[in-house]
Design a protein around this ligand. Structure first.
Ligand code: NDP
Length: 479
């Protein structure tokens, strides 16, 4: 019988009203575990526990808070191989990618352990004689966290750690497709010294547990990462009841390759940014905009490189690209490959479902050329190992194409020109700009987020996380 994993509510491990079978996308015979599904009443119990725990936690010892987060970070780092293997098994990232993401999660907890004791306010002179003004930050209350499957340990960590660091209490609902990593973090948190109710894990359907978090007047703020339609619907409901909301959503990230680019750099940046982690990254490059002088060489080199990559079981040594996360996402990727062909783009590499020794959702990395900015494959987020090349006559046209999108998460350029690199950094309409590095791949101590349809609300990560997870108070004092 598969191992059973419960929810963590009010300091107790509780069974759900049903279970969700978590399967390995590299080998669909392999069941990672059966994960509890909370119903609406359990979601409410988690919110009530977090509400009850808030007064004590928000005013308690900051040294104790820092110690707890530091212990959690240290344990994740010490267990990164085991947690990385769990991630790889449930989500399909390669083992090195899974271990790297687990390491990142530990670093994030340790970063916010430090932030606990670094939170500063301001003291100013008043324009009124004899009065002092202080500006301080205070925690918000109960935070609802709703996370996607594609970074199942990093994204929960970069929401949980700052929420707790700044004195809030938490209810998290991870994605049903990959709840195992969030459960593992909950298990570590359950032994780290938190008072009961400060942290709660409520696994279950988005339409049940997610909706309960969004609707509850006791949830002061919601931080969501996921798709655009879900994000929009959460925002509308949250704003209607005046809850604070932060959304990180999709992308259609451009990578511009100019004639003066170093070819091996361009190929590495494009292949890594478009296809690693099976292209299932909101920051993946999916539109590669190339100028004519390098176009043919670049396309030939990328197609050649793709033919050498090994698509296989994520946990095998030597695998470069693991499986697509599930059958439904595989179907979406395949549908877009047909759409691209029907629109007149030319498929020059990959795009085939492939069989491996273990039954899984394997798709060879697909490269289209001859795409235009108006094609659906160049406008809509696919979220798989599929990228298209669009030819631009010069830098100006490439920049205009890069910005011709409803999204604005990450934008990249490969060039040896300081002039174009500087201009692109200033004029790319994206929250993150990359010069000679892949559009995917970020640091944990600086802000993460986008513009336009990609993000809403203040940034995540680094010190900027305080803007979402705290509220500002201005105090005037006359002696
Ligand atoms: P979804 O939007 O489908 O799901 C995200 C989370 O929202 C899941 O936990 C889901 O639960 C939950 N949810 C679903 N419906 C509701 C609802 N009505 N109310 C409240 N919560 C709900 O996205 P995916 O998990 O499929 O992730 C893929 C998408 O996420 C991609 O489009 C990608 O671009 C985006 N993404 C963006 C990132 C960013 O930082 N910008 C990072 C990673 C992904 P359940 O699992 O039960 O459906």
């Amino acid at each position: 019988m598969a191992e059973q994993f419960r929810n963590y509510i009010g300091g107790e491990w509780v069974a759900g009203s049903s279970v969700n079978v978590n399967r390995n996308p590299s080998d669909t015979r392999d069941v990672v575990g059966e994960y509890a599904q909370a119903d609406a009443a359990q979601a409410q119990a988690a919110i009530a526990a977090a509400k009850a725990a808030f007064p004590q936690w928000s005013t308690g010892s900051i040294q104790e808070r820092a110690n707890i987060l530091d212990r959690v970070g240290a344990e994740i780092i010490a267990r990164k191989d085991e947690l990385g293997a769990l991630l790889s098994r449930e989500e399909g990232k390669t083992l090195p990618e899974g271990i790297g993401e687990a390491m990142r999660a530990g670093q994030i907890f340790r970063f916010f352990a430090g932030e606990v004791v670094r939170m500063a306010g301001e003291k100013l002179a008043s324009v009124r004689p004899g009065v002092d003004v202080e500006v301080t930050r205070e925690p918000l209350g109960v935070i609802g966290l709703i996370t996607p499957w594609n970074f199942p340990i990093a994204i929960p960590s970069w929401k949980i750690a700052p929420a707790l660091a700044y004195g809030n209490t938490v209810v998290i609902k991870p994605a049903d497709l990959a709840p195992g990593c969030a459960w593992a973090i909950a298990e570590i948190l359950s032994r780290a010294g938190l008072p009961p109710g400060v942290f709660n894990l409520a696994m279950g359907r988005g339409s049940v547990v997610g909706e309960a978090l969004v609707a509850s007047p006791d949830v002061t703020a919601l931080s969501f990462t996921g798709s655009v339609p879900t994000g929009r619907s959460i925002a509308a409901k949250a704003i209607a009841r005046m809850a604070k909301v932060q959304l990180e959503m999709g992308g259609k990230n451009p990578l511009v390759v100019l004639d003066d680019a170093d070819l091996p750099t361009a190929v590495n940046v494009a292949v890594q940014g478009s296809y690693f982690s099976t292209g299932q990254r909101c920051t993946a490059s999916s539109r590669i905009i190339v100028t004519p002088g390098i176009h043919d060489q670049f396309v030939a080199a990328v197609a050649g490189k793709l033919s050498t990559l090994r698509v296989d079981n994520a946990m095998l040594a030597g695998t470069d690209i693991g499986p697509v996360v599930d059958e439904s996402q595989l179907g979406i990727d395949q549908k877009y490959i047909e759409v691209g062909k029907a629109e007149g783009a030319q498929l020059v590499a990959g795009g085939e479902r492939v069989e491996r020794a273990t039954p899984g959702y394997y798709l060879s990395p697909a490269l289209f050329i001859g795409a235009t900015s108006s094609m659906r494959i160049a406008r809509e987020e696919i979220f798989g190992p599929v990228a298209c090349v669009i030819e631009a006559k010069d830098y100006d046209e490439a920049l205009a194409m890069a910005n011709d999108t409803e999204f604005g998460l990450s934008a990249g350029i490969v060039t040896t020109s300081l002039k174009y690199a500087s201009h692109f950094k200033r004029h790319a309409q994206a929250g993150m700009v990359m010069v000679n590095v892949p559009t995917a791949g970020v640091d944990y101590h600086v802000p993460f987020g986008g513009r336009k349809g990609s993000s809403y609300g203040s940034r995540e990560q680094g010190r900027y996380a305080a803007e979402f997870f705290t509220t500002v108070k201005t105090a005037y004092t006359a002696p």
